[in-house]
Design a protein around this ligand. Structure first.
Ligand code: AMP
Ligand code: ZN
Length: 494
């Protein structure tokens, strides 16, 4: 049996599959994190479920990893431009809250969504605003080494100084120039040149502002990732992830400034992995456009977060996925079937690594070649650039396959779930009962139910138990599940 396949990942740098060999004992992994000025939408969360899949694959292969996810709370200008207002400051003005409040609130929402999706917590979540001094030092070095020029609007990185500029995007400097945004920046030498420091416009005082050798202002968007990743993972590290939109601009610029800063002729980061986008119909799901669905919209509509996770993992991370009601319905139904089949097998053994899976299946099922074969299939699938759809297929086979012993099934289910992170050891069928969404109700229906609930509360206050019971029966007929809590009655639809 050939179990223990070499982990191979698709490297955006060169656009090819490569064996993954970490440079040190602990692999360093940096994932570009959220800009915390609005709710993370389902597409954003795809980027972090993808990074989590990578983490689980590394753990499975026995490779310790240190994971950093940054929180962008300053520096990201509206529309990813070089000049103009910060996304956070615009949001603060819109919501009439302080920038700090906005950042703290949306950071919390992001972390809550991470937990709901069973995403392993990162080792560090550095905030950009806490690293501005280091960013200034970084830019000073680039300035001293002649990679920059100054304009009234700030300090710019001179991309003509980098003969390899744009390699990640698979574009020559000319190609990058054509693709570069059309924003006009007075005095900018090349359209690809980007801001390291964005100076305050005269008369327009920023809310978040720092003093620098280039005037009061704020760092450019790309700077934070270079500075914080080096600060927390060392100058060179192994893996860098993000959504595919980052491959053409943000990561190109991170690489240019980092390699100029290091100046050692080595690639800054060796493996760049990019997750494809989640589409909503034919539309790109964009946070700045607003209105894109978020995880809470799904849970309010009666879907379990793990149904969303299963839906995502049913596609390969490098394939575009289209979010539809039919697809999330199907995922919830599949998850319900999986849980129903897994339940009689509980408790599941605890499995995190391939070695553990082999040990358990070997000890418990020496004569279970079918289980061994499925473990091999799972290992081959994860090793071939994180092929989660194949892991799901192997999991389903394990639960259907009559040749497997219960212990063999347990080992395979636990192994698949260590990689998929669906929480199969603890999910309850009741968690997955599909409740009708409150949004399915008309305003009149909602009003009628609210009235009945209030009447019942009144009846109970008056100790008119018969009437209270009668109203409950009426609500029951309408499909309303009523629960009395210390804060009063709450209800949902069956
Ligand atoms: P942001 O908070 O806008 O900086 O984005 C956070 C992460 O979500 C980045 O890695 C983006 O590339 C990624 N992202 C944004 N929109 C989508 C989408 N529709 N599908 C998948 N990933 C996305
Ligand atoms: Zn980044």
């Amino acid at each position: 049996m050939s179990t223990n396949h070499e982990l191979r990942l698709y490297n955006s740098l060169g656009r090819r599959m490569e064996d993954f060999v970490p440079a040190a004992e602990v692999a360093g992994l940096y994932s570009c994190g959220p800009t915390v000025y609005a709710y993370p939408h389902l597409g954003n969360m795809r980027a972090y479920v993808f990074a989590d899949t990578l983490r689980r694959a590394l753990r499975w292969k026995g490779i310790p990893v240190r994971h950093v996810v940054n929180i962008t709370d300053v520096g990201h200008a509206v529309a990813d431009t070089e000049t103009g207002e910060d996304k956070l400051e615009v949001a603060a003005a819109r919501e009439r809250r302080s920038v700090l409040d906005i950042a703290a609130y949306y950071t919390d929402v992001f972390l809550v969504d991470n937990a709901a999706l069973n995403i392993l917590p990162a080792d560090e979540y550095p905030r950009a605003s806490a690293y501005v001094e280091q960013m200034i030092e970084f830019a000073k070095k680039l300035d001293k080494d002649g990679f920059t020029y100054q304009l009234p609007s700030g300090l710019y990185f001179d991309t003509s100084r980098d003969p390899h500029y744009g390699e990640l995007a698979l574009m020559s400097a000319e190609g990058q120039l054509e693709a570069a945004r059309l924003e006009h920046v007075e005095g900018r030498r090349r359209k690809t040149d980007f801001a390291l420091w964005r100076a305050e416009e005269p008369g327009k005082r920023r809310v978040l502002r720092w003093d620098s050798p280039w005037g009061w202002g704020a760092p450019g968007w790309h700077l934070e990732c270079s500075v914080m990743s080096m600060a927390l993972l060392g100058q060179h590290f192994d893996l860098h992830t993000g959504g595919v939109d980052h491959r053409e601009l943000h990561h190109v610029n991170e690489i240019a400034q980092s390699q100029a800063f290091l100046g050692d002729g080595r690639p800054w980061v060796r493996y760049w992995l990019h997750g494809e986008f989640l589409q909503l119909g034919a539309e790109k799901m964009a946070k700045s456009a607003g209105g894109a669905p978020r995880l809470a919209d799904l849970t309010e509509a009666g879907y379990h977060p793990m149904a969303y996770r299963l839906f995502l993992l049913g596609g390969h991370y490098r394939s575009q996925l289209d979010f539809t009601t039919a697809a999330i319905d199907a995922a919830q139904a599949t998850l319900r079937r999986l849980v129903a089949r897994v339940q009689p097998l509980r408790p599941l053994p605890s499995v995190e690594t391939l070695a553990e899976a082999l040990l358990i299946s070997g000890a418990a099922t020496q004569h279970d070649p079918a289980a061994q074969r499925l473990l091999d299939t799972i290992d081959a699938a994860v090793a071939a650039d994180l092929s989660t759809p194949k892991i799901i297929a192997a999991l389903q086979d394990a639960l259907r396959e009559p040749a497997l012993t219960p212990d063999g099934q347990r080992a395979v289910v636990a192994a698949a779930d260590a990689l998929l992170g669906l929480g199969l050891a603890t999910l309850e069928p009741a968690d997955l009962e599909h409740h009708r969404a409150l949004t399915d109700l008309s305003a009149a229906e909602k009003h009628a139910i609210t009235e009945l609930v209030a009447d019942r509360t009144q009846a109970r206050k008056e100790r008119d138990w018969a009437r209270a019971d009668q109203i409950r029966a009426q609500l029951d007929e309408l499909g309303v599940i009523l629960t009395d809590t210390p804060e009063g009655p709450v209800w949902q639809l069956r």
